[in-house]
Design a protein around this ligand. Sequence first.
Ligand code: ADP
Ligand code: MG
Length: 705
Amino acid sequence: MPNTSKSILETSIEYLKGVGPVKADLLKKELGIFTFKDLLQSYPFRHIDKTKFHKINEINTADDFVQIKGVLSRIQIHGAQRKRRLTAQLRDDTGAVELVWFKGVNWLENNLESGVEHIAYGKINVYNGRINIPHPELSKPNENQGNSAHLAPVYHSSEKLNNKGLDSKGRRKIIFNLLQILQGERLAEHLPAYIMQKLKLMDRHQAAINVHFPKNEEDLKQAVRRTKFDEVFYFQLRMCQLKAHRAEHIKGLVFDKVGDNFLRFYDECIPFELTGAQKKVIKEIRIDLGSGKQMNRLLQGDVGSGKTMVGLLTMLLAIDNGFQACMIAPTEILAQQHYASLSEDLEKLDIEVGYLSGSVKGKKRKALLEKLAAGELDILIGTHAVLMDPVIFKNLGLAITDEQHRFGVAQRSQLWKKNRPIPPHILVMTATPIPRTLAMTAYGDLDVSQIDELPPGRKPITTLHKTEENRLYVFGFMRKLIAAGQQVYIVYPLIEESATLDLNNLMQGYESLERDFPKPEYQISIVHGRMKTEDKDYEMQRFVRNETQIMIATTVIEVGVNVPNASLMIIENTERFGLSQLHQLRGRVGRGSDKAYCILMSKKSISKDSFKRIQTMVRTTDGFEIAEADLKLRGPGSIDGTMQSGMGMFKLTDIIRDGEMIRVCKEMAIRIFEKDPKLNLPLNEKMRLHLEQNFHLVKGWSRIS
Ligand code: ADP
Ligand code: MG
């Protein structure tokens, strides 16, 4: 199918009227805009209604952006040299407001026209109790900003862009130039009519224009809807394609034996009954492992739901079938904890477990790698270091990642190469529950298993928020629990950049605690990152054996430690922890037979967001609710960082707010794919071509085979 608009959209950005080499360079560097298509897809984050003006006497500090029309006067320079700024006054029939510039002062001084009517658009700022508008966008009422519509797009900008005339107004101009070219070309539709009709979607060409320059609110709404649909729907189709491709072309190692290790461990070594959910998941995994296809499975479950046990049993299946297994964790501490606890769990079996991280060096490393390549190691636990090229397995049958959002698709694909010709089975465990819509996208290429049940006997945890003024109450509560034979964790934040400060903080806390909880009646363990591993272990063991009643620590106990007798967790400087971290920490109590508590300590005055985080923790212990709240608070911007997967997939769609769209698209993609997996039917041809031309997701992803 000839498609002229495709070649136009691939045109390099410097050939666009109004751009040229200097601006093109900046667009590439600052915004990743290389082609016409990239520019078309650099969407505005809001629109201003050009027909609506604020009256100056009605502006108040609660306003965000305002647009006012008035006459410019009193253009003045203040300060000298680098501190120079220019102010001007804009006056309408209700009052006056100050406009202020710190940059481009010379140019403005020569070009601003006093006594002439202007429209100013900008963000309200309060300085010394007075309102002003820094660096407003300024135009004259009759100045045609590229279109006659009254909704004008506003684009994200940066100082560098502003300096080169690529502020919102400048961008509006070049995008308008581009749309004019496209008017003549008309973008070809890539959705079949039956989908357009079913969902009543605006056509692609209209949407491309209206998402930037809509004539009215309704057009804008429809254009945004159509644009989001394209993003999500094609992404989901691609996921279906990928899965189908794997199922067809990628063989899986067949583990059909349930052998001695698995059975012995199951019968003799597990001190508890597996939960129904754990059993269900193991069944799902066993079906995968016996199917002759490669397993690519995501295992989701709340903190403490027992994912590690499922991972361990899966590794035993691999070993019983003559293969090696590995488990990778995102941090060294977590990897070490896994190594320690798995080594202990497997004590009774004849299984060799090794540990590898960046800090395993020299002879030790060499010896380990040799054993691994010779097949003398059955299980390797480690960090990202395991992914590196010199790490060669004799025959890796299973790779598990315990990832806390930190691995991406690309890293997963590196694991594939660790066994040839048939790649290992992959099991991804997420330590923090992730919202459903994120799971559908970031992990959309995986099959999902869910542990939706906690081991029996977990008590609900009561969470309280207290401040320094309540310290005596908190100490009193500690004494009461300790008198009843229970133990207490106290956790301080540790952030790399301020490690020394944090450590001082912890030591101060320790000293004051020693005064209020004196020996010999009370014994306190202390653990922090600057201690030697042996010393840490010693202190932890004292707490585990109930020789100390209080464990004061930095976040090291976030992982691994399991002391069912500890029934109270106190978190200091709670405002400095993220929500999912708090949830992980709290999961350390409530594992024994006593009622459990979590006390969140904070300063009295904390930011609104910190307060919301704390309130969320007080309100619920449901990991999914917490994960959703976390994403909402951190905003969509954080999602890209979260995924780090090179997918950078949605420009307009918000994974949380557009959840409904994501669900609709996913269902539709699956339905189409079931009927026509190769998209060979004539009515699906446009979609196939569009996918082929536009979706190079992560390179090498589907080529790995
Ligand atoms: P997570 O899912 O957070 O990784 P873990 O695997 O660390 O959870 O398990 C948390 C704790 O629960 C561990 O001490 C583990 O031994 C214990 N556990 C796991 N499964 C069960 C079960 N079925 N019954 C009782 N305790 C269990
Ligand atoms: Mg875990």
